[in-house]
Design a protein around this ligand. Structure first.
Ligand SMILES: Nc1nc2c(ncn2[C@@H]2O[C@H](COP(=O)(O)OP(=O)(O)OP(=O)(O)O)[C@@H](O)[C@H]2O)c(=O)[nH]1
Length: 297
């Protein structure tokens, strides 16, 4: 290891749906965090680890900051907030299409000593550079950001410049993870997240938010990994939607999830999905815990 090797933590925070998980996947170069057009996709803090010969950057992807309605929502906000303190740098991500600065979110950074960078994502959707300049000026007027980066996480635009800047913020130190590790999630977590992502893409309104996925057990049968998973919802009507006419919807979700899990884990799985109703689980601390949602603190 080089004597001037650098390592440190960088968190990615911002409103739901601004593209935090998409950026993390782009930086790591592999899908480790699920994404979707629905707000509040990310529910747990996920680490993404990027290691080169010169540095190790540990990124913390956080649930979007929002106004909570459920106990689950409050947990998500706490997770985001506790991921700001003590970081070597913080990336505050905004959606270029959403326009000018918001005071509410910026209050989060008052009193913290870590450098906070403004990352304006989805610039591929803007027609003129003047629009970007206006957004930058409005944010720089409300908080002393350490710098700003207009990017497109989807198209990988300007991400190299961002990384270059962040390397300079890392202290000299040993790596904290093996160079082969790219995330702290277990295979079970990855599998349940991929199933949940497929549910998010196929359902509307309340259903995506009412869903949790639990991997019940797995078994190796010959060279195929048999995975039994339960999709938990809050109401019978949601269960019917998820199963679909003649089981069509569940089949579709299962097929898409299986293909993607095979690819990501480089294995062959046979996925068996069940749907179960657990009333009001999002407000029950014991259910939240058993479905894998706690704030790790
Ligand atoms: N056009 C465009 N779309 C993007 C870009 N980055 C992300 N998106 C889309 O924005 C949506 C939300 O992306 P996510 O990465 O799930 O957003 P997030 O901030 O992690 O969302 P939460 O988990 O809800 O906090 C998805 O449909 C992405 O494909 C981008 O650079 N350009």
């Amino acid at each position: 290891m080089k004597t001037n090797f650098r390592s440190g933590f960088i968190s990615i925070v911002g409103r739901p749906n601004v593209g935090k998980s998409t950026l993390l996947n782009a930086i790591i170069g592999q899908k480790i965090a699920i994404t979707s057009p629905k707000p509040q996709t990310t529910r747990n803090r996920i680490l993404g680890i990027k290691t080169t010969e010169d540095y190790q950057m540990v990124f913390v992807d956080t649930p979007g900051i929002h106004k909570p309605k459920h106990e689950l929502g409050r947990l998500l906000d706490q997770t985001a907030q506790s991921s700001i303190e003590g970081m070597d740098a913080v990336l505050f991500m905004v959606d270029a299409e959403k326009g000018l600065a918001e005071d509410h979110v910026i209050k989060l950074f008052q009193g913290i000593s870590s450098p906070v960078y403004l990352v304006i994502n989805k610039v591929d959707l803007l027609k003129s550079k003047i629009q970007i300049d206006k957004i930058i000026i409005s944010y720089m007027n409300v908080y002393p950001f350490a710098g700003f980066f207009p990017i497109s996480a989807k198209d990988h635009t300007n991400i190299d410049h961002l990384i270059e800047e962040l390397v300079g913020r890392l202290p000299v130190g040993y790596p904290l993870f093996e160079s082969s590790e790219i995330t702290d999630q277990s295979d079970f977590q990855l599998m349940s997240e991929i199933i949940r992502e497929k549910v998010l893409y196929h359902t509307q309104e309340e259903v995506p938010h009412a869903v949790a996925v639990v991997i019940e057990h797995t078994e190796m049968i010959e060279d195929v990994y048999e995975v039994h998973a339960t999709i938990v919802v809050e109401r019978n009507t949601q269960k019917q939607i998820l199963i679909g006419k003649g089981g069509d919807m569940l089949k579709q979700i299962g097929t898409e999830a299986r293909k993607e899990i095979n690819k990501i884990l480089n294995t062959r799985i046979h996925l068996i999905l069940w749907v179960k109703v657990k009333k009001d689980w999002r407000n029950r601390p014991s259910d939240l815990k058993s479905f894998g949602y706690d704030n790790h603190d």
